[in-house]
Ligand binder design. Structure first.
Ligand SMILES: Nc1ncnc2c1ncn2[C@@H]1O[C@H](COP(=O)(O)OP(=O)(O)OP(=O)(O)O)[C@@H](O)[C@H]1O
Length: 299
């Protein structure tokens, strides 16, 4: 396999870039109360951290605050010890990549155009494409598995194809810290696995520090080194999946009754029923009956 331009060798291998949010207060102009109120996250350098929690628990808000996409009301975000608030836009973009949930597809852009756009932090305004840009773009297209789509107009792609192309763009940025908000959205199972393999490659071969929001806690438990579980804007638990994914956590945070066993070194979750309901109306006679177990293979 071709050596990635930023890949570290065994001898100069470090543990990746540190990325910490300290005493963060993050909210929206339209709301009186902050969503995240005085929370700290220390992301282990060179590892994969998953933010998990139910809908509306604050995962995206926290990620956007860490990515400086939302103004933080208080607290600091430190990248390799440096306050991101003191970094210029270009310096920040050279160090921190974000795959957001809200991506606007530019008119008339091909896939290749968009992926080249990921190189903007590394280029001057009037500078032409360098060999390094070309290598990074080819690498990103290939890693995301979208090389065959390179000449397609972005507007002509399916939701899943677009998602992979946005991932390719953020990979082309070649940052040491990568924040991914629900990178597996819109993707079928094969492509979800591909994305998680890409994340694994970034971690194991390139020492990239990855923070990702995942809805599927089973997927998070399988692929993350570290998990941060949010409930109502507060961090309820943090640590390695094997330590924090428990039946109690699933009940307290996700409001589901589930069993947790260990398979291949990671927690295996079998969801049984929602805790705050669990009753459904029988279509035959209108009486309430216990909800049958949800699909037992995923959470
Ligand atoms: N633009 C906004 N303006 C005001 N409130 C917002 C805005 N975006 C999110 N919120 C609120 O902030 C809280 C946290 O939302 P957030 O999107 O961070 O949660 P989440 O855990 O990522 O949810 P989901 O899993 O549904 O994507 C919710 O109460 C939500 O209504």
């Amino acid at each position: 396999m071709r050596e990635h331009p930023t890949a570290r060798t065994a001898t100069d291998r470090t543990r990746g870039t540190s990325f910490d949010g300290n005493e963060l207060v993050i909210g929206y102009p339209s709301t009186d109360e902050p969503v995240i109120d005085d929370e700290s996250v220390a992301v282990p350098p060179g590892e994969v951290t998953a933010l998990v929690g139910p809908n509306g628990s604050g995962k995206s808000t926290l990620l956007k605050g860490l990515a400086t996409q939302l103004d933080i009301d208080a607290g600091t975000v430190l990248l390799d010890g440096q306050d991101v608030a003191e970094m210029g836009t270009k310096q920040l973009a050279q160090n921190l990549g974000l795959l957001s949930q809200e991506n606007i597809v530019p008119n008339g852009f091909t896939v290749e155009d968009l992926v080249y756009h990921g190189r903007y932090p590394h280029r001057g305004f009037f500078e032409s494409v360098t060999d390094e840009d070309e290598t990074a773009v080819e690498d990103a297209l290939s890693l995301a598995g979208v090389t065959h789509l390179r000449d397609r107009d972005l507007g002509s792609l399916s939701g899943g194809q677009k998602q992979l192309v946005w991932i390719a763009m953020v990979l082309a940025q070649e940052t040491n810290v990568l924040l991914l908000d629900e990178p597996t959205t819109f993707l079928d199972l094969q492509h979800q696995l591909r994305v998680m393999e890409v994340v694994e490659t970034l971690r194991s071969e390139r020492d990239i520090t990855v923070v990702l929001v995942l809805h599927d806690i089973s997927q998070a438990a399988r692929h993350a080194d570290h998990m941060v579980a949010l409930r109502d804007g507060s961090i309820f638990a943090r640590g390695p999946p094997g330590e924090i994914v428990t039946e109690d956590l699933l009940a307290e945070v996700f409001q589901i009754e589930a069993t947790v066993s260990c398979a291949n070194g990671s927690p295996q979750i079998t969801p049984l029923r929602p805790i705050d309901g669990g009753m459904a109306t029988d279509p035959d006679d209108g009486t309430e009956r216990e909800e049958p177990p949800a699909d037992a293979s995923t959470a």
